[in-house]
Each structure stands twice: as structure tokens, then as C-alpha cells.
Design a binder for this molecule. Structure first.
Ligand code: MTE
Ligand code: MO
Length: 433
């Protein structure tokens, strides 16, 4: 089968092209749409079986058996995640499935930029640290946990593009709604300890991350992503080299066997399938560090503005945000019974200091109870009860404030070319009968 440079979900919109991709070995003139009868035999041959209900198959549908990594897609969809793309795999979690304080592995969103490496269970994995260090080092996973203190922390990871679907004019890319956020319990070692052992030199400025996934084009010269962070962020005690997630070996989907977790910064900083970290004496300029990737205008721009690359800045700590995880949107409830409302809130490198909830479109707000984070870098949990004065349609809005006094906006904030940092308030719909 030919390499597909676009995902199943994009191709679904373009049936002609879908046929072409699946049967790309056939000549262009030969392509008449496999479901118009001509290609049915070829399709059956490719599948190794006839298709009894072929007459009901929508035009352009790529059989799951032929879709790359379809098993991952099926798995994620079965777990209730919304699959946004299959090539690369991208899936987000509906708000009501993020109710746990610690996000289970199967409910953690997945964001891939390339094709995942194939890693056999139990196979050895080596990670090297080099560049502006006095002792370049190579570690196996066992050495890492033997040489450095092993720590366990609940850490929140949010994609810089979470909420992208809210921007207008729209930004290209996965149309994340609210679900590219998770807060799992990671086991690993502090990146700071490893960097100190390697002896970071005085001229060091930034880390550069290299991993084992491959570019969508199949070109082995190209990297899907190589990001980094200022050495000061790498030295934070809650920035980890993680090898386990919720007590299990780090799953392949989430970067196993080894990844960085740099909580509070765009998820892209947290390189998965980590093989090499180079300490650099300048800001890293690998793929997805430059241009418009994970960067926003240094100064606000009007929606739709064509911003020059030199007027963009790298996203660092993410803005304050919250999620309502109970009830699920669409609930019908009975008048007179107070309704329990709860969720989580997080604020990049900061703590959340308050969460307020409104049932009257923001005219008035009540304080929610807010828990302290179990450790720095974790999201915080909040809860409250609301009472409705009469029957009808309501919305519940939640708004978090960070410890510097910054609040989530009601409307979609600062438009930017790639649709990052939409931290507008989460709202759900309730009918009181
Ligand atoms: N090697 C590698 N690391 C990566 C990525 C990737 O595509 N390749 N995606 C990044 C992005 S954009 C995000 S948001 C997080 C997502 O982590 P998750 O899939 O475990 O949720 O991983 C980051 N690390
Ligand atoms: Mo991301």
C-alpha cells in the first residue's frame, strides 16, 4: 500500500483521492471509484475476503483493515476518545471522561506528529545526553532508575493546540475542542539530576530533543518534531524523564519506553520516544521550534492577520484553564434538587487560586471549593453545588483564576495563526424539568 500523507478523516471528505491512495498502483485513468463496481474485486482481493454489504459502504470509506494503524484508532474509539485523525494518530477525551483526579492511560489524549516507532516490549532502550555538557552520557532504562532518585508525580500535559476548534478564522490542524489535556501519575527521574550528572556547561541555553518516531513522508532525513526548552525549565524539579505512567511501563502511544514530561508547557515540549537530548548554547531550532509552530504573535493581532515569523514568540508556560467534568453536558435534571458540579483547573507553571461557577451566563458567580495540587505540576480539583430557580435551559460556566490574578476569558482569546492557547471558559448545557 502506498504511504498516505493525509489521514483517513481528511480523505473521507475526498472519496476520489481515497480510492487513489488505496489503489495507487493502478493507473490514474483506471481509477473509477472502487465502490462503483470496478474496484470491488480489487478491494476484496486486498482485504482477502468479499464484502457482503458492499452496497451499503459509503463512497470513499477506507476499510479499517487497510487504514494504517487502524487498530489504534479502534482501540481509542472503543475507550470513548474522539479520534481526530489516524495519520498521524490524534485523539481527545470528552470532558466527562476526564473526571478522575488521575487520568487513566486509556483516557489520556494522544497527539502524534509523525509515525510511532515500533518498540518491542522488553527490548533495550538507550538514551544519550550530549552537547554543552562536560560528561556526555548514555543510559539504559535500568541505569537511569539505579543512578538517580526515582520520583512519582501527577503531572498535567496539555497540547498547545487544545481549543483550536474555537478560533475564527479557523486554524489548520487538528480541531481540538477541550480534550487535549490529561493528568497522569508518572514515574521517572528528574531531568535536572541527569543534567547535573552530565555537567551542564556555563554556555548552555536550551535543550534539544530527538526521538524515534518517523516523518509522515517516510523520508528518513526528516524529523516529525524536535523541540526543546530553556535549561531553567529543564532544571525544574517536576520536569521528568518518565518511564512509567499510572504504574504501568509507559505505553507506546504516550512515548514509551521513555519520554520527557514538562508540565504546564505546551505538550510538544514533552518529547515522546526520547533517544537523545542535546544541550545547546542557543535556542533550539529543530522542526516545530521555528516559524509558526508552537509560537504565537509577540503582540496581539487582528483575527486573520498574516504575521511575519520574526514577530512570533515561542509559547512557554500555558495560561490558566478549567474543565467541567460532572455533570456531562446535556443533562436533564429535576427542579429543586441541588446539582453537584465539579472538574479540574490548571495554570501552567502557576497554581490556580480560585474557580468560580455561573449558571446565568456570567451575570453572577459563586465560589467553588478548590483542592491544593498533590504536587507542583498537577492539575487541581474543584467542586460546588448549584441550584436552579425555575425550569428551563441553563448553561454552567466555570472560570479559573491563577495565583497572579489572571482569569480565563469568557470569549476566545488572542487569535493566532495556528490556533494555540484557547483558554476560554468551558460551558455545558443543562435542562431543568
Ligand atoms: N517524539 C514525539 N514527541 C511528542 C510528539 C510527537 O509527535 N513526537 N507530540 C508532542 C505533542 S504536540 C504533544 S501535545 C504531546 C502529547 O502527548 P500524549 O500523546 O502522551 O498525550 O506529546 C509531544 N511529544
Ligand atoms: Mo501538542
Amino acid at each position: 500500500m502506498a504511504r498516505r500523507e493525509r489521514g483517513l478523516f481528511e480523505l473521507y471528505e475526498d472519496p476520489e483521492r481515497a480510492d487513489g491512495v488505496i489503489f495507487s498502483r493502478r493507473s490514474k485513468s483506471d481509477r473509477r471509484g472502487f465502490l462503483k463496481g470496478v474496484g470491488l474485486g480489487a478491494l476484496a482481493a486486498a482485504l482477502g475476503a468479499g464484502i457482503p454489504y458492499a452496497r451499503f459502504m459509503p463512497s470513499g470509506l477506507i476499510p479499517a483493515a487497510l487504514a494504517d494503524e487502524s487498530s489504534w484508532v479502534t482501540l481509542l474509539a472503543t475507550d470513548g476518545l474522539t479520534v481526530l485523525n489516524d495519520r498521524p494518530i490524534n485523539a481527545e477525551t470528552p470532558a466527562h471522561l476526564l473526571d478522575d483526579d488521575i487520568t487513566p492511560n486509556h483516557r489520556h489524549f494522544v497527539r502524534n506528529n509523525g509515525i510511532m516507532p515500533e518498540v518491542e516490549r522488553g527490548r533495550s532502550w538507550h538514551f544519550t545526553i550530549e552537547g554543552a555538557v562536560s560528561n556526555p552520557m548514555t543510559f539504559g532504562l535500568n541505569n537511569l532508575s539505579r543512578q538517580f532518585e526515582v520520583v512519582q508525580k501527577a503531572l498535567q500535559l496539555e497540547c498547545g493546540g487544545n481549543g483550536r476548534g474555537g478560533f475564527n478564522p479557523p486554524a489548520r490542524g487538528n480541531q481540538w475542542t477541550t480534550g487535549a489535556i490529561g493528568n497522569a501519575m508518572y514515574t521517572g527521574v528528574r531531568l535536572a539530576d541527569v543534567l547535573k550528572a552530565a555537567g551542564v556547561k556555563a554556555e548552555s541555553v536550551y535543550t534539544a530533543h530527538y526521538s524515534a518516531d518517523t516523518h509522515l513522508s517516510g523520508d528518513s532525513e526528516k524529523l516529525p518534531i524536535s523541540r526543546g526548552m530553556p535549561v531553567s525549565k529543564a532544571m525544574q524539579p517536576n520536569t521528568l524523564l518518565a518511564f512509567a505512567m499510572n504504574g504501568e511501563p509507559l505505553p507506546l502511544l504516550h512515548g514509551g519506553p521513555l519520554r520527557i514530561v514538562a508540565p504546564g508547557w505546551p505538550g510538544s515540549v514533552s518529547q515522546k520516544w526520547l533517544k537523545r537530548l542535546i544541550v545547546r548554547d542557543q535556542v533550539h531550532d529543530g522542526p516545530k521550534m521555528t516559524g509558526k509552530s508552537y509560537r504565537v504573535p509577540a503582540n496581539p493581532v487582528a483575527p486573520g492577520t498574516d504575521v511575519a515569523n520574526e514577530d512570533m514568540r515561542i509559547i512557554e508556560s500555558m495560561p490558566v484553564k478549567s474543565l467541567i467534568t460532572r455533570p456531562q453536558t446535556g443533562l436533564e435534571t429535576a427542579l429543586g434538587t441541588p446539582l453537584a458540579v465539579r472538574g479540574h483547573a490548571w495554570a501552567g507553571d502557576r497554581d490556580v487560586s480560585a474557580v468560580n461557577v455561573s449558571i446565568d451566563f456570567g451575570a453572577s458567580w459563586q465560589h467553588a471549593e478548590l483542592s491544593a495540587p498533590p504536587n507542583a505540576g498537577s492539575w487541581q480539583t474543584w467542586n460546588t453545588e448549584v441550584s436552579f430557580p425555575q425550569t428551563g435551559y441553563y448553561e454552567i460556566w466555570a472560570r479559573a483564576t491563577d495565583d497572579a490574578g489572571l482569569m480565563q476569558p469568557m470569549v476566545v482569546p488572542g487569535w493566532n495563526p495556528r490556533g494555540y492557547l484557547n483558554n476560554s471558559c468551558h460551558r455545558i448545557a443543562i435542562t431543568v424539568a
